[in-house]
Design a protein around this ligand. Structure first.
Ligand code: 5RP
Length: 223
C-alpha cells in the first residue's frame, strides 16, 4: 500500500466515523494537509448530514467550499462536536506535533472548541518520542531573531521556513534536534516566549481518537 492509499483509507474511515457519530446537522471542524484533503473529498459524499464546517486554514476553506460544504466563522458557532485533522507525529499518549502545513495556530484554536479531536494519519506518523519531525513555531515577524535565540537555549536548532507566511501574517520557525520527553511541559514553555503565537505541540489538548492507517487496515485507538 502506498502512503497515499493509506491516507485515502484513513480518510474513508474518518468519513464513516463522522457519519456514525456527528449528530445530524451539527458542525464539523476540518483540519489542513494532504490527509485532511482526502477527508474533505470523502465528506463531500455525506454533506447533507453536516450542518456546517469550520476550517483550520484558508486552503481548507476553499476546498470545502469547492465541494459545496458550508464554511462557518468559528465566532458564529457555540459548539463543535468533532474536529478531524492529520498530524506530523503522534506518540502513545496521543500528543502530537502538527504544523507541517503551517496552519498550527488555527488548528489549535479549532481543536480547543471541539468536543472530540479525531487524528487521522498513516503508520509512518506514529512515534515513540516526539521531535524527529522539526517542531513548527509560529512567530510574530519582528520577534523572529529573539524567539530563535530562546529556542536555542531550550536545546533546539530553529530554522526559518523559507517563503512561508501563515494565514495570520506570521512566520514559521522549524525547530530541529529536539527529543520531546515532556510534550505538555515544552508546549507551555515555548508558548511563554514573547513573540511566539503558538507552537505545534498538541499535548495539553491531544487527540481523543486516533484513526491509524496501516498495511493491515485502519486501527482505532482511544485516549
Ligand atoms: C498542517 C498540519 C497537518 O495536519 C500535518 O502537517 C500533516 O499533514 P499531511 O496530512 O499532509 O501529512 O498540521 O498544519
Amino acid at each position: 500500500m502506498t502512503q497515499d492509499e493509506m491516507k485515502q483509507a484513513v480518510a474513508r474511515a474518518a468519513r464513516d466515523y463522522v457519519a456514525d457519530r456527528l449528530p445530524l446537522g451539527a458542525i464539523l471542524g476540518v483540519g489542513t494537509g494532504s490527509t485532511a484533503n482526502f477527508f474533505i473529498d470523502e465528506i463531500a459524499g455525506i454533506k447533507e448530514r453536516i450542518g456546517g464546517t469550520v476550517a483550520s486554514s484558508e486552503a481548507t476553506a476553499r476546498r470545502l467550499a469547492g465541494h459545496g460544504l458550508r464554511v462557518l466563522d468559528l465566532n458564529d458557532i457555540d459548539a463543535m462536536g468533532i474536529y478531524v485533522d492529520g498530524a506530523d507525529e503522534i506518540d502513545g499518549g496521543m500528543a502530537m506535533v502538527k504544523g507541517g502545513g503551517g496552519a498550527l495556530t488555527r488548528e489549535k484554536i479549532v481543536a480547543a472548541v471541539a468536543g472530540t479531536f479525531v487524528c487521522i494519519c498513516d503508520a509512518s506518523k506514529r512515534v515513540q518520542t516526539l521531535g524527529r519531525y522539526p517542531l513548527p513555531v509560529e512567530v510574530i515577524p519582528m520577534a523572529c531573531a529573539h524567539v530563535s535565540r530562546e529556542l536555542v537555549k531550550l536545546g533546539g536548532a530553529p530554522k526559518r521556513r523559507e517563503g512561508m507566511v501563515t494565514d495570520n501574517g506570521n512566520l514559521i520557525l522549524d525547530v530541529h534536534g529536539l527529543s520531546i520527553t515532556d510534550p505538555a511541559g515544552l508546549e507551555t514553555e515555548i508558548n511563554q516566549i514573547v513573540g511566539v503565537v503558538t507552537n505545534g505541540l498538541f499535548a495539553r489538548r491531544g487527540a481523543d481518537v486516533l484513526l491509524l492507517a496501516t498495511a493491515d487496515g485502519v486501527q482505532t485507538c482511544m485516549r
